[in-house]
Ligand binder design. Structure first.
Ligand SMILES: [Zn+2]
Length: 256
């Protein structure tokens, strides 16, 4: 019975997380277009038909509707259920990692903001300042609640990646975008300097591999840019959950 209860609870957490990220899909679409995302029910982007309650169940609705709108048959991007599933998985990870605590909610808010940054940067190559300020607010709130890391580690985190990135960009114009630099400053205030370094390292490795792939397949030229924000966000999320054991393992390689 206890397993069944846990499975049901897990499913509810997954659906709640997916429901929140379903709203992020809307925000990611409307924010760059300066449309209010507070008003207006969920509706089809093609014909404007509003969704029925059973069509708003995250992830499963897309499969139930077979990826098309019930009214006009327009295709609904696979990105919608993918982002919702991500929200569900991240909610479960936060719960497993931090338990039922305010810290879990702070982590989830941080991850939700990162997801918005990744989606909007991938679409527009811009990171809205509002989202960076949002990350900073979550960082200050987490510090105010007394969660680790300490204020010193957060303060160093604010500068430890952002300043080097700024210096590199001064030497090589366009190396990093202003939004990327502001984002790593804010994430450092949340993660602390150690995990922010791990996040930056993971992002550079993943982004570098992606850049090589783009060059090798001739999808982009040598001088062209691609959005680095999604890699930074993925690195930050990975560092939040697995950064500490990863760092321990890495430093262990150099023990004699
Ligand atoms: Zn429609």
């Amino acid at each position: 019975m206890i397993y069944l209860a846990e499975a049901i609870l897990g499913l509810l957490v997954f659906l709640a997380g997916g429901g929140i990220f379903s709203f992020l899909n809307v925000v990611a679409y409307r924010m760059p277009r300066k449309i209010s995302f507070v008003t207006g029910r969920s509706h089809c982007a093609s014909c404007g038909a509003t969704l029925r309650w059973y069509e708003m169940v995250p992830v499963f609705n897309w499969f139930y509707l077979r990826g098309t709108c019930r009214s006009c048959g327009a295709r609904i991007s696979f990105r919608h259920p993918a982002v919702e599933a991500l929200g569900g998985v991240l909610a479960l990870l936060c719960l497993r990692h931090f338990g039922w605590s305010a810290e879990a909610f702070a982590a989830y808010a941080f991850l939700a903001l990162l997801t918005l940054v990744a989606l909007i940067d991938a679409d527009t190559m811009e990171i809205p300042n509002g989202l960076v300020i949002g990350v900073l607010i979550v960082a200050v709130a987490a510090w105010g609640c007394g969660f680790a890391p300490s204020w010193r580690e957060r303060l160093i985190g604010l500068l430890c990646v952002s300043v080097p990135m700024l210096l590199i960009t001064l030497v090589i114009p366009g190396a990093f975008g202003g939004g990327d630099i502001k984002l790593v400053a804010a994430s450092g205030a949340f993660l602390g300097w150690k995990m922010n370094l791990v996040a930056a390292f993971l992002a550079v490795v993943a982004g570098g591999l992606y850049g090589i792939y783009l060059l090798a397949t001739r999808r982009k030229g040598r001088k062209e840019h691609f959005a680095f924000g999604p890699f930074l966000c993925a690195g930050m999320a990975a560092a939040l959950f697995w950064g500490a054991p990863l760092l321990e393992w890495y430093l262990g390689l150099y023990k004699f």
